[in-house]
Design a protein around this ligand. Structure first.
Ligand SMILES: Nc1ncnc2c1ncn2[C@@H]1O[C@H](COP(=O)(O)OP(=O)(O)OP(=O)(O)O)[C@@H](O)[C@H]1O
Ligand SMILES: [Mg+2]
Length: 357
């Protein structure tokens, strides 16, 4: 699997129909057989706002930091910005900063001169140089080591790079777009990420919302992935049943759009009939393990229910040891007993062992 991708010149208007209200309709202008990896599919208000923001930001040339959980489409957003900028006919080069160790990353990013280290048999042009005139997308920028952070800062400030082992600075003109699923401001506070670099890379910050905050997009996305995914030939116009769609809408999608995409690919290959039924869906989606604490408020869960689940989880965690569980929960053993009685779970935990499920 390649960890570094570089995308050649992309003509925009043909590849990115992101026209607001109904991206699905705009898409119809494309061949229905093509594998589509660039269209941003959405109809939710939060995505409409985001796309407006992208429209505004793209032509400016400002550095952009894309924040969001894994699989929310950060790279897609970076490409969209590039494709709508006046650099669109120049390269868009992406590199995953988390995938390479420091020395390798430096030479991938900035290149190296012949003989600069063992194994450097030829001169190599780095990705920053390859992106000259275009956009450099640094994915997982939160993973950068302090050494590379310093070099990157210098590059942004001076607009020039040094190849590893090189003595002469080389002028390189790029627009920088970065992304991370970390809370980068907190990494700055913790001293893991340079503050000066942080301010340089986030002239504009864009938030890519998790899928659970834009569930209205699920249906369009499913249609898109079933019709346009890698195994589209196998799909033969398969549709999602209403019941199966309800289950997809109920699920929280911790892996976001990538997880939904994977599920759709699997359905393209494995689903039996013409209509996808609940039984065709993966078990973990139909019966997800109930999450105990989420960052999001869930209007279907009462405080009582949340407390109960949390206490039972703690007991399971400590293999039924009530003293340990009570200590960890910060309650007395007596309170724990009372709660278990209340829940009608006392018998189950009467002996010190994990209950059989
Ligand atoms: N709105 C969308 N419409 C269509 N496809 C999408 C959308 N958002 C994401 N995708 C697809 O979902 C997959 C994940 O997106 P992407 O790689 O951009 O996410 P990411 O946030 O960069 O993830 P990671 O943090 O894991 O690197 C890609 O295949 C992308 O094409
Ligand atoms: Mg990514």
């Amino acid at each position: 699997m390649s960890q570094i991708e570089s995308t050649p010149i992309l003509p925009t208007s043909a590849t990115l129909p992101v026209g607001g209200q109904n991206a699905g309709a705009a898409e119809e202008t494309r061949s229905s057989q093509s594998l589509d990896t660039k269209t941003i599919v959405y109809k939710s208000e939060v995505m409409k706002q985001l796309m407006k923001m992208i429209d505004r930001v793209s032509p400016s040339g400002a550095t952009v930091l894309v924040l969001g959980e894994s699989g929310t489409g950060k790279e897609l957003i970076a490409r969209a910005i590039h494709d709508r900028s006046n650099r669109r006919n120049k390269p868009f080069v992406a590199i995953n900063c988390g995938a390479l160790r420091e020395t390798l990353l430096e030479s991938e990013l900035f290149g190296h001169e012949k003989g600069s280290f063992t194994g450097a048999y030829t001169r190599k042009i780095g990705l920053a140089e390859a992106a000259n005139g275009g956009t450099l997308f640094l994915d997982e920028i939160g993973e950068l080591s302090p050494g590379i952070q310093a070099k990157l800062l210098r590059f942004i400030q001076e607009g020039e790079i040094f190849r590893v082992g090189g003595k002469d600075p080389i002028k390189v003109d790029i627009r920088l777009i970065s992304a991370t699923n970390r809370e980068l401001d907190q990494e700055v506070t913790r001293g893991n990420f340079r503050e000066d670099l942080y301010y340089r890379i986030n002239t504009i910050t864009v938030h890519s919302p998790p899928l659970r905050r834009r569930k209205e997009d699920i249906q369009l996305l499913v249609e898109h992935f079933l019709a346009r995914g890698s195994h589209r030939i196998l799909n033969r116009g398969r549709q999602m049943s209403e019941e199966a769609m309800k289950i997809l809408m109920r699920y929280d999608w911790p892996g976001n759009i990538r997880e939904l995409q994977n599920v759709c690919e699997r359905l393209q290959i494995l689903a039996d009939g013409h209509t996808i039924m609940p039984g065709d869906l993966p078990e973990n989606i139909v019966n997800p393990e109930q999450k105990i604490v989420t960052d999001d408020y869930d209007p279907t869960v009462t405080l009582y229910e949340l407390e109960k689940r949390y206490i039972l989880k703690a007991l399971n965690y400590f293999d039924g040891n009530k003293t340990q569980a009570a200590n960890a929960l910060g309650i007395t053993i007596k309170t724990l007993y009372n709660k278990l009685h209340e829940y009608g779970e006392f018998e189950k935990y009467a002996v010190h062992s994990k209950p059989v499920k």
